[in-house]
Design a protein around this ligand. Structure first.
Ligand SMILES: [Zn+2]
Ligand SMILES: [Zn+2]
Length: 457
């Protein structure tokens, strides 16, 4: 349900639970002006539970008069939940609300966290994608992303080229480094997101050292009867250790990828990777077109199954797109992270801390969100009510980045002027104070509040 439109500027849309917050409703255009002589009624209806003193009845409306052309409604939003704020003109015989506004209140650990959209797995023409690294990065901004990493097959350099394409330019897209790794004799695909060096290169420079390290590691898995499974698991453990040593996030990619007659990797390897968890995050959705929906369905089922076993399970959603124009997948899947700051370190920290959800936004279909319940619920609200306006800011940025790449130098000046717009947006609409000095969600956020004890298997 979309309840608001461009006629009004309404802020904030996210409040701290239990704290009295003033919601400003300001008409943007002359055709929706408020009558200064009228008294309006405002009523706030919580979506999930009512305060004890209302006995489940409808809360009484409060009377508000416009001042300075706008309405200001002060209310203490109880609990972590969605609310519907209705504004009625009681002088009208028609009791239909003038405005119905969806709002959300969150607990202190989530309040102030920056919702950042990102793609952690995508390809350029340096492997099997279609466009240059810079083009892919700018296109990610154009579709509303705050961070991304190019992760070409076996190659780290393109991700550096994506950064270099905009070196010296002031812009708000966090371009991280990355690569997709599938080592020799190991069918498992792994993504190095944000690591400071190339694990692919490390293998290529000294393959004998890699093989010897894998052999040593395989000795630790004597309980696994199949030697191939032992070797592949050992190879993955080595790769993920390397990724972490470079400060990167190690992602276990698409375990239900159906190639020719079966899944790659084979189930015993996938099972071993879930049992020993050498990775940092699991690709719960991504990379599959409409003809391969089953693979994502299985990955989601696996997520639920693994969570039932207990423990925390950090997740990402990725596009794994191989083209930004006229191609499937680009923008279909992404990760929404609730981070302390718009930095790579904060993004990785939030994902490891289970402060992320995976989003499936296939054109023409309803948006679906996967992850811990409380984050899914908040994300659905943000994706429906707040993020579309964020994406419009990003779109303008992305178009300017593309123009810059296309040779229009003046675009750099326009981008510099726009710098900080998304941060200002989140500050106004969700109380986020990004960057240095923000301490409100620097502590552990309970993405899996209640059900997850923080244990890891
Ligand atoms: Zn892959
Ligand atoms: Zn890929």
């Amino acid at each position: 349900m979309k309840t608001t439109n461009r006629y009004f500027d309404i802020y904030p849309r996210v409040a701290a639970a239990g704290q009295r917050t003033t919601i400003v409703v300001r008409p943007r255009f002359s055709h929706v002006g408020l009558d200064p002589d009228k008294t309006y009624e405002a009523r706030c209806l919580p979506a999930e539970y009512y305060p004890a003193d209302s006995h489940g009845g409808t809360p009484e409306p409060v009377r508000v008069k416009p001042g300075d052309g706008q309405l200001e409604i002060s209310h203490a939003f109880q609990g972590e939940q969605e609310h519907l704020l209705e504004i009625v003109d009681p002088s009208r015989s028609d009791s239909t609300p003038l405005l119905r506004i969806r709002l959300y209140s969150v607990d202190g650990d989530l309040y102030g966290c920056l919702p950042l959209k990102g793609d952690l797995h995508i390809h350029s023409d340096h492997s099997d994608g279609k466009e240059s690294p810079g083009f892919v990065a700018a296109s990610c901004r154009r579709i509303g992303l705050d961070f991304m990493a190019l992760t070409d097959h076996g190659k780290y350099a393109p991700s550096v080229q994506a950064q270099e394409a905009f070196a010296g330019l002031e812009h708000d897209l966090l371009i991280c480094r990355g690569e997709e790794i599938h080592p020799p004799d190991n069918p498992v695909h792994m993504v190095n997101f944000g690591g400071s060096f190339s694990v692919n290169e490390r293998i290529a420079v000294d393959p004998a050292a890699y093989r010897s390290a894998v052999r040593d590691r395989a000795g630790q898995f004597a309980e696994i009867p199949d030697a191939a499974v032992r070797d592949q698991l050992a190879s993955c453990c080595w790769v993920f250790d390397q990724i972490r040593s470079g400060g990167g996030l190690g992602i276990f990619c698409h375990p239900y990828w159906h190639v020719s007659w079966g899944y790659t990797p084979a189930a015993p390897v996938t099972n071993a990777l879930f049992a020993s968890r050498p990775w940092d995050a699991y690709e719960v959705v991504g990379g599959y077109g409409r003809d391969a929906v089953d693979s994502n369905t299985l990955q989601i089922a696996r997520y639920h199954e693994e969570r039932m076993r207990g423990g925390r399970l950090p997740i990402v959603g990725v596009s794994d797109a191989h083209g930004c124009e006229n191609s499937d997948l680009f923008g279909w899947y992404f990760t929404l992270v609730f981070a302390d700051a718009p930095t790579q370190e904060a993004v990785i920290g939030a994902i490891k801390d289970c402060r992320s959800v995976a989003v499936e936004a296939i054109p023409g279909e309803a948006v679906r969100v996967y992850g811990p319940l409380r984050l899914v619920q908040y994300a659905l609200f943000l994706l429906g009510e707040v993020i579309p306006a964020h994406d419009e800011i990003c779109q303008q940025d992305g178009l300017l980045m593309l123009e810059f790449l296309g040779g229009r130098q003046e675009a750099s000046r326009e981008l510099a002027i726009r710098r900080g717009r998304t941060a200002a947006f989140w500050s106004r609409y969700a109380g986020c104070r990004s960057g240095a000095g923000h301490t409100d969600c620097g502590h552990r956020l309970a993405g899996d509040r209640g059900s997850d004890s923080g244990t890891s298997t």
